[in-house]
Design a protein around this ligand. Sequence first.
Ligand code: GLY
Ligand code: MN
Ligand code: MN
Length: 443
Amino acid sequence: MSDHALYAAHIRHKRDRLDHLLNETGFDVLFIHSGRVAYPRFDDRAMPFRAHGHFTAWLPLPYAPDCMLECHAGQQPLLWYLQPDDFWHSPPAPPEAWWADQFDVRIVKTADEWMGRLARVEATAAIGDEAHLAGLGEHMAINPPKLLQALDDDRTRKSDYECRQIFLANGQAARGHQAAREAFLAGHSELEIFQAYIRGLNADPATLPYDGIVALNAHAATLHYQHRQTERPQQARTFLLDAGADVAGYASDVTRTHVGPVASEAGGIFQGLVDAMDHLQRRLCVSAQVGHSFVDMHHQAHRGIAEILRQAGLASGSADALVESGITRTFFPHGLGHFLGTQVHDVAGLVSPEGQAAPPPATDPMLRLTRVLEAGHVVTIEPGLYFIPMLLSDLKAAPAGAQIDWALVEALTPFGGIRIEDNVHITPSGPVNLTREAFDALD
Ligand code: GLY
Ligand code: MN
Ligand code: MN
């Protein structure tokens, strides 16, 4: 099926589902706002704009502020498409037939032109920021919980169109990762490596779905390391890159860890850890099957990390005991993964399909996904193993610290840490690893 036919089928499905949900929740019409450009207090410099995830799930317009989608049950949706007369900024591009044919598009010069539409007497729902919508309709429900929960839940099952965009976003990220790895091996700085990533991507950095994490050496132990040093490292031991790309508003979220050409015993041991993590990560991706609980997979990841710690001689004791005592949580303090879509941490990971809160276990408060996997889900699988001084010093002071080889920990701490992250589409015939397929497709 062509990409355009995939999009048409995606919109048909969304319309059918919305008709059903409007009927179930008693609304006649739903408005979905793309969002509004925001300014920091005391400043006239706009913050980067990205449309709300519910809007981009309908329209490939992540950078079109103050547009409004108006959906009436059983009718072609209306799109109020803002193209202001503005000589300071370029307006969004004119509508393109491949997506615009699915909508009744009305070009407007100001948001005021659609605002009056919300002041209706019918049962009206609207999705967006309360601050932008409040007061526009006396009888309007803003983000009504039951409808919003059902729409969030629908977004967890991606259409073929959506999976295609995420796959394409993986292809872009793979090209960026390849270019970044070459820059790392050439001894470049974090900033230069990031620039190489952007060149490989051939996209504006403002379009990234999240700030790329470019971490050399011990910086890899900071999970969301946010700086990019301009100095080249004296010794390029390790390189962790967590960086994705955006295609039509859909994200990829990809991490790779590389070891530099370090001729040291510790370097060899660290390379062994990276290889073991790659093996574990691939096994976890294969176990991402329909009907599997993501919480169980997270526990499986902890068991795998316990085995890695034992085999490397970093910790002693049974794998079960290393998990039970919390030792693996010192080395792997985040969750195994999350939903991925129009938001990098996509919606409904901690809610059951029926809308009940599904919080993570008390032992794993950082886990962002607690659901049973279904066909259509797209998740990240991102186990890690880090040497985080703050957490290690807590472990050292605890009784469980006696199980650790601290000399080895000290030797490996300058390498920072490891994370390997792929995006996986769950299908009835098994998981499809969109990231590894994208890397395999590189020339
Ligand atoms: N890049 C953020 C994350 O992996 O969740
Ligand atoms: Mn992730
Ligand atoms: Mn990531």
